[in-house]
Write a protein that binds this ligand. Structure first.
Ligand code: HAM
Length: 422
């Protein structure tokens, strides 16, 4: 039988794993400086968490969730995103009790039944943050700032921050009414999903994957004209702080994001392409004032974002920004008979515990293949142990950079390596 991975999934090995972990390290160490702490939630949740959290008119809930009935007849769903799950955990564990602001980050796999294509997978990883408890333009700007600093640290260029406000609850209601009036006379020319969205959630028509590029959608009323004064002031304060922080942005009135929980500030970091429809979103997020309350919790706002790791990996490769991950060895030990090989293993253990990367050839006792191993591992030092070395309690050491070969007492090995390291 020929086993193959599930469509839209990937294996990571060799360099890919190192790149994946590198990104994890860069991102997590940076947001820790902003005061975020890690949270690990389960890979699957009761389906209701995402239906309620993300919104039942969204593509994610309607078409993309991996939902199944478990043996106890409960509906569970592989998480398609992190926010709703983190909110569920925040409430269940009453994290709000002793603090006004909770700042969390997460890193891990998400699952969406999407059509696989470049940058779009069915299992992909996100790095995300969520801050619960404060409503302040300063916090919004600082959340965006942390994503901006990650992008800067990684060195990514050709990227733009698109930002918009979708207003508070009152603004959204005014806007939804205007959209309904605008779309209703022409709704027959839209896909079936949009027809059902018209009365329930007309905002979702704007980011429908089928109808997104219809002229009618592009010319639809924009949220700006329906914002309350409060929402407008809040947004201009956020932009003012971004200006002070020297974070460039493009106000994008058509940006509404594909998840229902957002209110006020929404944003995406997008890699620009010559063809606008091919722009790749690396990171998306925004504020959500009502999500926690809608889960039955206290009336607390939240804000956050998530980066797609696979997309980041592609961009870092394309822009040649990945560090060199060659897995070299510091030392290769060559043993010329079985006794020498056992001694090699003992020495390797001591050296590894002292911090050196040490490889040995488990199979061969002849010189040639063992030297080949040293070559492929780009070993800095080659230690040779043969009959003579065993008898005299010495090691023969080749320094492959200085191209020298010396014989030293076994007890001097650490001294030698230290002195010759530079
Ligand atoms: P999202 O825009 O659905 O937002 O996803 C965030 C990022 O995940 C996207 O910008 C993209 O880089 C990546 N992504 C999404 N779907 C796929 C896919 N099928 N294959 C590869 N990468 C993908 C959220 O998930 C929100 N929870 C973000 C958030 C956090 N908002 C507030 N807090």
């Amino acid at each position: 039988m020929n086993y193959q991975k599930v469509k839209g999934t990937q294996d990571f090995f060799n360099q890919q794993v190192l790149k994946y972990r590198y990104l994890e390290e860069v991102m997590t160490s940076l947001v820790k400086k902003f005061g975020y702490r890690e949270i690990i939630t389960p890979i699957f949740e009761n389906t209701e968490v995402f239906v309620r959290g993300v919104g039942d008119e969204t593509d994610i809930v309607k078409k993309e969730m991996y939902t199944f009935k478990d043996k106890g007849n409960r509906f569970v769903t592989l998480r398609p995103e992190g926010t709703a799950a983190v909110v569920r955990s925040f409430l269940e564990n009453k994290m709000y009790v002793n603090t006004n602001l909770t700042k969390l980050y997460y890193f891990g796999p998400m699952f969406r039944y999407e059509r696989p294509q470049a940058g779009r997978f069915r299992q992909f990883s996100q790095f995300g943050i969520e801050a619960f408890g404060d409503s302040s333009p300063l916090l919004d700007a600082d959340v965006i700032n942390s994503a901006f600093q990650i992008i800067k640290k990684l060195g990514i260029s050709n990227i733009v921050l698109k930002i918009n406000t979708i207003g508070d609850f009152a603004s959204r209601q005014n806007y939804a009414k205007a959209l309904k009036e605008y779309f209703r006379p022409q709704i027959q020319s839209f896909c079936e999903d949009c027809q059902s969205r018209l009365d329930r959630n007309p905002l979702r028509i704007l980011d429908c994957k089928v109808d997104q590029n219809q002229p009618l959608v592009r010319q639809a009323p924009q949220i700006n004209d329906y914002l309350t004064d409060e929402a407008k002031t809040y947004f201009s304060q956020v932009l003012g702080i971004l200006d002070v922080l020297q974070i460039p942005y493009e106000v994008t009135p058509t940006l509404v994001r594909g998840l229902d929980y957002y209110t006020d500030t929404v944003f995406e970091f997008v890699i620009k392409s010559t063809d606008e429809t091919n722009n790749l979103t690396l990171c998306g997020g925004g504020k959500y004032s009502d999500l926690i309350k809608s889960f039955g919790g206290p009336d607390l706002p939240g804000i956050g974002y998530a980066f797609g790791i696979e997309r980041l990996m592609t961009i870092l490769d394309e822009q040649d920004l990945m560090p060199d991950f060659s897995q070299n060895a510091d030392v290769v030990i060559i043993g010329l008979d079985q006794i020498a090989k056992t001694v090699s293993l003992e020495l390797a253990t001591h050296l590894r515990l002292a911090g050196y990367v040490v490889e040995i050839d488990y199979r061969n006792t002849s010189m040639k293949p063992q030297f080949r191993l040293a070559e492929t591992k780009n070993a800095r030092f080659i230690i040779i142990i043969g009959e003579e070395e065993l008898q005299n309690n010495t090691y023969t050491i080749k320094n492959t950079i200085l191209k020298t070969q010396v014989s030293i007492a076994q007890s001097d090995i650490f001294k030698y390596l230290k002195e010759n390291q530079k």
